[in-house]
Design a protein around this ligand. Structure first.
Ligand code: MG
Ligand code: FE
Length: 200
């Protein structure tokens, strides 16, 4: 692999695998974040963008690579980093999920920065323009996510506190049996089924 174009094709395949991971992650998140409609909506919109990005990468791969197997190879690839981030991002806890989503977007920003430079080195203006566009899309999503984190944390903590108060009010109701206070490390699920787990 000596020509810049060969490296470009190789990194392009990795980016294609990354976008497939992104797609899976965003789909999973959309169904888990119904309590954060703003975040769920933004991730849903980014899913549409991600599908379009994947198509652009496929067009680019078809144009650059003479071998018909290129796309098949790309589909089989799974970047380890992308996989672990995507796994973390389907965590039940929305704050952890948001951290992983932001980390994933930053990885996409890095990937398209590299691809833009590689396309420049290979003298491929068409690719360069496309990577510049994708870079800006990922950067916009990363910026939006970063900006939404404080509000997400605030809403999460407010829900958590409200759930705590709900449990206390229930236990103090007249005639209600006084449940024993759960130890902090109890593995028994909370009675209201609402409170997020503190671990995992
Ligand atoms: Mg993307
Ligand atoms: Fe993205």
């Amino acid at each position: 692999m000596s020509h810049p174009r060969d490296h470009l094709v190789c990194w392009l395949r990795d980016a294609h695998a990354m976008e497939r991971q992104s797609e899976q992650m965003l789909r999973a998140q959309a169904t888990r974040l119904e309590r954060d409609p703003k975040l769920a909506g933004a991730l849903g919109e980014h899913l549409e963008q991600t599908l379009a990005q994947r198509e652009l990468l496929e067009e680019c791969l078809r144009r650059l690579d003479a071998e018909p197997s290129a796309l098949k190879d790309a589909a089989g690839r799974l970047d380890a980093g992308a996989q672990s981030l995507a796994t973390l991002a389907v965590a039940d806890e929305p704050v952890k999920a948001a951290i992983a989503c932001l980390a994933f977007e930053q990885m996409e920003v890095a990937t398209y920065t590299v691809l833009f430079a590689a396309a420049h080195q290979a003298g491929d203006i068409q690719c360069q323009r496309m990577f510049d566009r994708l870079l800006h899309e990922e950067q916009a999503m990363a910026d939006w996510l970063r900006g939404s984190l404080p509000g997400l944390v605030q809403a999460y903590l407010a829900r958590d506190a409200a759930a705590d108060r709900g449990v206390t009010a229930q236990s103090m109701a007249p005639g209600a049996a006084q449940p024993p206070r759960r130890p902090a490390d109890s593995s028994t699920p909370p009675p209201d089924g609402e409170r997020p787990r503190p671990h995992g």
